[in-house]
Design a protein around this ligand. Sequence first.
Ligand code: TXA
Ligand code: MG
Length: 304
Amino acid sequence: MDTRVLPFTDESIAEAARRILAGEPVAVPTETVYGLAADATRADAVARIYEAKGRPSFNPLIVHVPDLAAAERIGEFNEQARALAQEHWPGPLTLVVPLRADARTASIVTSGLATIALRVPAHPAMQALLRATGRPLAAPSANASGSISPTRAEHVLRSLGGRIPLVIDGGATQRGIESTIVAATGGPLRLLRRGPVQVEAEPASGSAIEAPGQLASHYAPSKPLRLDALEARDGEYLIGFGFIDGEASLSPSGDLVEAAARLFDLLHQADAATQPRIAVAPVPDEGLGAAINDRLRRAAADRD
Ligand code: TXA
Ligand code: MG
């Protein structure tokens, strides 16, 4: 794939918006770091973020929206959360709040969690893209897994060149470090990640459960889960893949982007089914398959 780098203009934003609406990820500057943005309402588009980054596991992603009103259509804001938003948005603060039942974000965005991380960015390029697409945009930092966060278009190109279609070049980012993350999910505010904005909140170290990237923060089904299942045993809800059919399939054609996109929905579906146990067909451990298997292994182990 050829990666184009276009300066931030009305035309490049229109091109970026077309790509996003076609389900592709696009790199775009924010005031913190460059983000790799995709339509947060489309699971396949979000799976392509993981594919491009070569990330070996899933992590809940930050969803960017143009303003507080748009954020309140996705998450539930209590008074504390609203006050923080009014003080710091647009800006480098991310708020983790309960996910609304009627939110249309894909479950892969939150790794199936009942909370969501929301941010209103200040950068004019990201703002323009949000308005041009009319979609909430999931965007982790635009670098390959394991490398440092990009603060210039050249950094993105070096890390993801050939893996994404487009980089919008808005020059060096102003802040250079990722946004502060605060959880406002009831009770005292908790600081999940330090960043450019100082907020009075309890450090999350005491509650490892919510620290970003922690296994326990990920959704795990409540039932026993058996991996590498070639067929369903008694009392199992089988999630198929490729030529192994089940009650439902991650991807009948064996497509890993599709499988990643359906993973969390199918885990929820299996959890809600009448069968007391879950089994999952083998998924090849390559590319996105490694992230899928990582998630499945944790789901199999984490249960209690
Ligand atoms: O500055 C930034 O925030 C950049 C730019 C591109 O906006 N974005 C960024 O996104 O850093 P990302 O997706 O890499 O950050 C995700 C962080 C992870 O540490 C994740 O664990 C945490 O946010 N997170 C997301 N949703 C969460 C949730 N529901 N509960 C707890 N932590 C969450
Ligand atoms: Mg990062």
